[in-house]
Design a protein around this ligand. Sequence first.
Ligand SMILES: NC(=O)c1ccc[n+]([C@@H]2O[C@H](COP(=O)([O-])OP(=O)(O)OC[C@H]3O[C@@H](n4cnc5c(N)ncnc54)[C@H](OP(=O)(O)O)[C@@H]3O)[C@@H](O)[C@H]2O)c1
Length: 329
Amino acid sequence: MNEMAGKIATVFGGTGFLGRQVVKELAARGVRVKVVTRVPERVYKLKTSGDVGQIVPFACDYSSEVSVEKVIQGSDLVVNCIGILYEKGKKQTFQRLHVELPAMIAKLCTEEGISRFVHISALGCNAGISRYSRSKLEGENVVMSHCPKATIIRPGVIFGREDNFFNLFAGMIRSAPFMPLIGGGKTKLQPVYVGDVAKAVVKALDLATDKYIGNTYQLGGSEVMDFKDIYAFISRHTGRECRPVTLPFKIAKYLAWSMEFSPRPLLTRDQVNSLKTDSIVSEGGMDFRCFDIMPKSVNLVVPEYLERFRKYGQALKIETIGGVNGKRT
Ligand SMILES: NC(=O)c1ccc[n+]([C@@H]2O[C@H](COP(=O)([O-])OP(=O)(O)OC[C@H]3O[C@@H](n4cnc5c(N)ncnc54)[C@H](OP(=O)(O)O)[C@@H]3O)[C@@H](O)[C@H]2O)c1
């Protein structure tokens, strides 16, 4: 029986890369979804993923607890997918979005008696020198202190057709004369498929079981890759030559500093700091096995969407074209 059908879920950050997938998974299970956003127009494309009126945009002013409370009220399930990669101005800070806002949402979830709350953190979050990683860890702690029934999900770097990872590096390899290997490119990552993370999030919200309540899960994919592996993988699947060049951390920081003046910096000094630590699933923790999910390999998913970066256009898939002897009809 589908215990979730007809329930109401509130998804903060439901317009984002992961949030959109979570909204689609929830809608597929018959859940009515409130997508919380600063810009309701961003939800319009998502509405076709559900029945009429099933996916509804909710504008929210995050600086007002009353506004956040209003969107949570009446919900059975809450997911927080809000997150940023770099800070900008006084409003977009790690402290505000990764710590204070999750604390407010968690507190309201407890006050409103919400049955399930899933908070998205990040694999490799730690108390080290990166402010991003520290804020993600602090966010987990405040969420658990305000709402001990919450479930924390720590995904590795997430891939999928609309990702900002393989697409970004493939775009750079297409146009840049060399590719930087920051600190020698030895940082280990464990890329994870967006669909697998969304499935785990929705399983953790399942009202039929309590087994995910109060736990933290590390969700990494089936491959551990460093930057040399990642560039070689992209190069192989796009047919583009990649010239990796080692960039010591110190020089990378100077470069990042100059990029921080751009409205959407490609690299920040804090990101350089975060590359000093691996972002992989640690031994003995809870992971995808707890959700009975076998994570998809990058080899299965990524080559298809890297096609557009191929050197001489997309490869002709003879076997998919009808006609005589593989010729187009
Ligand atoms: N993508 C990854 O590789 C990855 C890896 C590990 C962990 N994570 C974590 O997973 C979560 C989802 O990541 P994602 O890649 O889906 O992020 P995303 O695509 O950048 O989406 C971020 C969401 O956060 C909201 N947001 C951004 N800035 C905001 C602000 N100043 N105030 C309020 N809301 C704001 C946006 O909502 P509106 O603009 O609609 O208001 C958007 O829906 C985040 O917590 C992220 O840290 C992601």
